[in-house]
Design a protein around this ligand. Structure first.
Ligand code: NDP
Length: 456
């Protein structure tokens, strides 16, 4: 079959961040593109991830804002109260609006949207319902799916897919896990007013992050009232008369209204037909791809959470654009996609922003390093009376003076680190940071005013 005899040049499975971006950019390059989606437009990020999470995080921050306001002279006639259905339903309205935008983006780009769960029939055919479509290339962009460990009563636990739309507000909330989702939701429900526990099997959450950042975040979250329980796990969940009874491996029993299992995500490949095609996976089940995002079946491409890189929307977007350049541009990229120095934020309260290496990684990679750090009470809290503190930290390779890591825990850390990330990505030196005049009075100016190493 000649390529032009296929129904489609590119058939994308999954209309999440990566799939939609690949579809639109490929179509803009002249390819004939279809996208199949069986659930919601925009994928995890728009529907049950980044977007609703950030909206809920804003909602939770008001808790502190009301308390902080008093020191600045504001008096409230009545204590503020929180109405969960208002937040939930306003969120639902906003997501619907975004779903519509995604639909119009695809339509505007000339991409055909097919509603339904797709199944790969062979290297060039995809079935959706009773229809079979031929395609020169098939892109698997199906993302991940929450995974809950198997223990007695695990079916009573929620995943991040359900937690946004609870019928009633959980006054007592328990999160299992110690990754991004666990710490973010512990902060959100704590801020919204739940009596919140976080249960994590390891000695300290956020494995892989800078140790000092993790310890500082632990202390700040505990100060805000999250009940942190490390080195324990959930053994079982039973239905009690007044709630769920959660038995921990250390023998304690907690009664709560909802349990969120934030115990990781797995590639969402069931029923997709890729195993019959012999498409290779790695030991964790992620699809293996080469630098051009081709799987072991070269006409089948894959990107995003299903290939097991950093599971972040901007990474899927970057992969999509790189993939399209590899397959549809006149001049393909000269180098593979660069995964170094990807900045990220964790929207726990206070937020974490981070780019580059942790102190531990830098010491291992470079040997001789300098660490500059500042831990302080933000100016706002001199009047608010809040005990919240802020941590900023730069890691410098001693030999080259290059800043190889920047970390912050504090208000709007993601916003601050996004700017710093450009400098780190560009390979700037500590001398370049020192030569930058600060903006006063801000917290972020600490990043250009730290002069004396805290340790070497
Ligand atoms: P993570 O993989 O980050 O964390 C999973 C957590 O669950 C870990 O703490 C892990 O413990 C624990 N865990 C795993 N298995 C078990 C088990 N059997 N019993 C008890 N605990 C267990 O996954 P998340 O679900 O938090 O998030 C998925 C991904 O989504 C993240 O990695 C991130 O890339 C992305 N994300 C990004 C966000 C952002 O950018 N702000 C926000 C939310 C998600 P251990 O550490 O011991 O392995």
């Amino acid at each position: 079959m000649e390529p032009n005899a296929y129904d489609w040049d590119l058939f994308v499975i999954g209309a999440g961040s990566g799939g939609v971006r690949a579809a639109r950019t490929a179509a803009a390059s002249g390819a004939r593109v279809a996208v199949a989606e069986d659930r919601y437009l925009g994928g995890t990020c728009v529907n049950v991830g980044c977007v609703p999470k950030k909206l809920y995080s804003y909602a939770a921050h008001f808790h502190d804002a009301f308390e902080d306001a008093e020191g600045f002279g504001w008096r409230q006639a009545q204590p503020p109260s929180f109405d969960w259905p208002t937040l939930r339903d306003n969120k639902i309205g906003e997501i619907k609006r975004l779903n519509g935008i995604y639909s119009r983006l695809l339509e505007g780009a000339g991409v055909r949207l097919i509603n339904g769960r797709a199944r790969v029939v062979d290297a060039h055919h995809v079935a959706v319902g009773d229809e079979v479509y031929s395609a020169e290339k098939i892109l698997v962009a199906v993302g991940g799916w929450p995974w809950i460990p198997d223990f007695p009563g695990s079916e009573l636990a929620l995943s991040s897919n359900e937690v946004f739309d609870l019928a009633s507000f959980p006054e007592r909330f328990l999160v299992l896990g110690g990754g991004y989702i666990a710490v973010e939701f512990a902060s959100i429900f704590n801020g919204l007013g739940s009596d919140t526990h976080l249960v994590y099997r390891g000695e300290l959450f956020l494995r892989g992050f800078d140790r000092e950042v993790r310890e500082f975040t632990r202390d700040q979250m505990a100060e805000k009232g999250v009940g942190l329980r490390f080195e324990t796990n959930v053994e079982r969940i039973d239905k009690g008369e007044n709630g769920l009874l959660v038995t921990l491996t250390d023998g304690q029993v907690l009664e709560v209204d909802a349990v969120l299992s934030a115990t990781g995500r797995r590639p969402h490949l069931e029923g997709l037909g890729l195993d019959a095609l012999g498409v290779e996976r790695d030991a964790s089940g992620y699809l293996r791809v080469n630098d051009r995002f081709e799987t072991s079946a070269p006409s089948v491409l894959a990107l995003g959470d299903v290939i097991g890189g950093p599971e972040l929307t901007p990474v899927a977007l970057a992969e999509a654009m790189h993939l399209v350049r590899c397959h549809y541009a006149d001049t393909p990229p000269s180098a593979p996609l660069d995964y170094r120095n990807i900045a990220t934020a964790v929207f726990c309260h206070p937020n974490i922003g981070t780019v580059g290496l942790s102190e531990e990684q830098a010491r291992e990679q470079y040997g001789e390093i300098r660490v500059y750090s500042a831990e302080f009470r933000p100016m706002k809290h001199t009047l608010s009376g809040s005990s919240e503190r802020c941590l900023m930290k730069l890691i410098v390779d001693d030999a080259s003076d290059v800043v190889v890591g920047a970390h912050m825990v504090g208000e709007e850390a993601g916003e601050v680190i996004q700017g710093i990330a450009i400098a780190v990505k560009a390979g700037l030196t500590k001398a370049d940071f020192d030569a930058t005049v600060g903006i006063h009075p801000t917290g972020a100016e600490e990043f250009v005013t730290m002069r004396t190493p805290t340790r070497r």
